[in-house]
Design a protein around this ligand. Structure first.
Ligand code: PGA
Length: 251
């Protein structure tokens, strides 16, 4: 049986002291999550990873990106061995903001994902269509190429370690969340593609919904068969709303 996962994406928010402050308030939340068999985590900026890691226990701490090379002349980048050395084992890949502003292609995401998996790390691969693509009825075509190209070259055993997040771009940070039916339809579609690519290991893959998830709508998504959790931006920044999402998720 697949576990549930609540993962906060802090994006470019929080100073090191603010991140530490949040981490220091997580003890109750982690206890509740453990009691209910839910995985919880946050993805802070690189600068805050160490502070969060050292002040929480029982929470996943994920990076928001990584480079696919181990080292070299790549100003401003951070590599997988650098993250591993900090004890970071999870990493977001291909968030729509990175696809939009940093030219993150499916091919580039794939290089990172293959490298992460070979380093025993968990990639959280984000996919999803833009508003124009949604309105043109292209959602499934777009998502299918993102999945087939971004998650190519893995083995059956490796794929079960990958987490996928379906985040329609038009719903991110806009308050216009996709309906639970759309979320289920696309998450199931993703699982079917993974089954076609990697066989029954697809049943072990955690597939999250993301885009304007809040305490009052999280339960509707999580009640869907193929939605195993949520990737949450804005509503994960405050401990109160993070906690409220966790409580509503298990209802
Ligand atoms: P949001 O962001 O919850 O603020 O819409 C989601 C994301 O980009 O992961």
């Amino acid at each position: 049986m697949r576990k549930k996962l609540l993962l906060g994406n802090w994006k470019m928010n929080k100073t090191v002291s603010e991140a530490k402050d949040f981490a220091l308030q997580t003890a109750e939340l982690v206890k509740f999550a453990e009691e209910h068999n839910v995985l919880v985590g946050v993805a802070p900026t690189y600068l805050c990873l160490d502070a969060v890691k050292n002040n929480v226990s029982g929470m996943i701490v994920a990076a928001q990106n990584c480079h696919f090379e181990d080292n070299g002349a790549f100003t401003g980048e951070v590599s997988i061995p650098m993250l591993k050395d900090l004890g970071i084992n999870w990493c977001l890949i291909g968030n729509s903001e990175r696809r939009t502003y940093d030219n993150e292609t499916n091919e580039k995401c794939n290089k990172k994902i293959v490298k992460l998996v070979h380093n025993d790390m968990v990639p959280v691969y984000c996919c999803g269509e833009t508003l124009a693509q949604f309105e043109a009825g292209e959602t499934k075509n777009v998502v299918e190429s993102q999945i087939r190209e971004g998650l190519a070259n893995l083995c059956e055993k490796c794929i079960s370690k990958v987490v996928v997040a379906y985040e329609p771009v038009w719903s991110i940070g806009t308050g216009k969340n996709a309906s639970k039916e759309i979320a289920e339809d696309i998450c199931k579609f993703i699982r079917d593609i993974l089954r076609d690519m990697y066989g029954n290991a697809a049943d072990e893959v955690l597939i999250l919904y993301g885009g304007s998830v809040k305490p009052d709508n999280i339960q509707a998504y999580l009640s869907q068969e193929n939605v195993d959790g949520a990737l949450v931006g804005g509503a994960s920044l405050k401990i109160d709303s993070y906690e409220a999402m966790l409580h509503n998720l298990v209802k």
